[in-house]
Ligand binder design. Structure first.
Ligand code: GLA
Length: 390
């Protein structure tokens, strides 16, 4: 079985596609997908996250039009779509991630004209690597430059997140879009989702590699479960806030408050909230581990995160649990957990470099036997955030 590494994306192919469709030369922008080392389902609870942008990205080739039309081409879906600026709306399609950000610009009063756009990339779609945020941020960065809008990075992040809420219907947190725009090669970003303060944490992993194992269970974030988790957390906050001043999010809540006010009302809401509080603590000590270069300790925390996501937050699935249990017995794997929203997608694994091929081969054979699914494996590296390709 082949482990996919980092072959660079072929920009000339994208430019050629644009020229074929629109008979002019485009400018090209990219925005990467993300991994998250630790800190899952904490972002929309004003907690901490530790994502990194990766060397897999969405790429857009773009050019202005004289009229008010938007002409879109998706290479991956082999589809085209045309709409007037005044008529854009969600349609439960890949176009939502492009049109959603155009809609945000119009809502905020920015003047944009028509444009031609070809979308492609080397980020795997639907594998929990935030291909949607990558598309939103690449399109927004491109429109920002094309129409001279002067948006700051954080404005791009906020609008991309809003587009996901309104056009894709997922009430996501800020992590994916933030990582896609602010990522830095060889670093993770430790982000406080309450204050948006962030700093870059060097990813010195003692020779360990970050290996993603794609369960091939297509995760459907838009499935109501993600939004339900968010509501459950908000419910927990509301029950505590009824007894204490100054409670705005789970960030303000302690375990003893949960025991006192939430547990008697609803055990499931209690479990969800408790997981979030514990995950925030885990992230903070994982950052210490990274600083001390104690990668084994970091790996142990990743296993604990998985346990919490699986049994308390209940966003894992049988296949993800299988993958984590499988690698737990392998001495060359120091840590593993499901990553992202859940219900499918990838696990992230810290693996010794020279063990990767052997591990993937063994896991693939047994995974196929256990689930009937064909595993995919990618080694990823931390990369820079959104940029224009000159
Ligand atoms: C998805 C969302 C993020 C975050 C993660 C879970 O990726 O888009 O905002 O909530 O799930 O940590």
């Amino acid at each position: 079985m082949k482990v996919t590494g980092s072959q660079p994306y072929d920009i000339s192919f994208l430019k050629q596609k644009f020229i074929e469709h629109f008979h002019s030369a485009p400018v090209v922008f990219r925005s990467p997908g993300r991994i998250n080392i630790i800190g899952e389902h904490t972002d929309y609870n004003e907690g901490f996250v530790l994502p990194a942008a990766i060397d897999k990205a969405a790429y857009v080739a773009i050019g202005k039009r004289e009229d008010e039309e938007i002409h879109l081409v998706s290479v991956a879906f082999n589809e085209t779509y045309t709409v007037n600026l005044s008529a854009i709306r969600p349609r439960k399609s890949w176009t939502d991630y492009v049109l959603g950000v155009a809609d945000q610009l119009l809502q905020h009063g920015y003047r944009i004209g028509g444009f031609n756009l070809v979308l492609d990339g080397d980020i795997i779609i639907g594998a929990g690597l935030s291909s949607s945020a990558a598309v939103e941020c690449s399109v927004l960065s491109a429109l920002n430059s094309l129409f001279g809008l002067g948006l700051s990075k954080i404005e791009i992040v906020n609008m991309a997140q809003k587009a996901e809420h309104l056009f894709a219907g997922v009430k996501c947190g800020i992590m994916d879009q933030f990582a896609s725009v602010f990522g830095q090669a060889e670093h993770a970003v430790r982000l406080d989702c309450r204050t948006l303060e962030y700093h870059y944490v060097p990813l010195h992993l003692n020779g360990m590699k970050m290996l993603l194992l794609n369960s091939k269970v297509s995760h459907s974030l838009a499935s109501s479960e993600y939004n339900t988790r968010r509501q459950q957390c908000e419910q927990g906050v509301a029950w505590v806030a009824a007894h204490h001043d100054g409670i705005h999010s789970l960030r303000d809540v302690s375990i003893s408050m949960l025991q006192q006010y939430v547990l008697p009302k609803d055990e499931i809401v209690y479990k969800r909230c408790k997981y979030v509080l514990e995950e925030n603590q885990r992230l903070l000590s994982a950052c210490d581990d990274l600083e001390r270069n104690d990668i084994r300790a970091l790996g142990q925390k990743m296993f604990l995160t998985h346990e919490g996501l699986s049994t308390e937050y209940e966003v894992s699935c049988a296949e993800l649990d299988w993958l984590v249990e499988f690698v737990r017995k392998e001495e060359d794997v120091w840590g593993a957990r499901m990553m992202g929203g859940g219900f499918g997608g990838c696990t992230i694994n810290l693996v010794e470099e020279n063990a990767i091929d052997r591990l993937v081969e063994k896991a693939s054979a047994q995974y196929l036997r256990a689930t009937g699914l064909t595993l995919e494996a990618y080694v990823v590296q931390a990369a820079d955030g959104s940029s224009e390709i000159i």
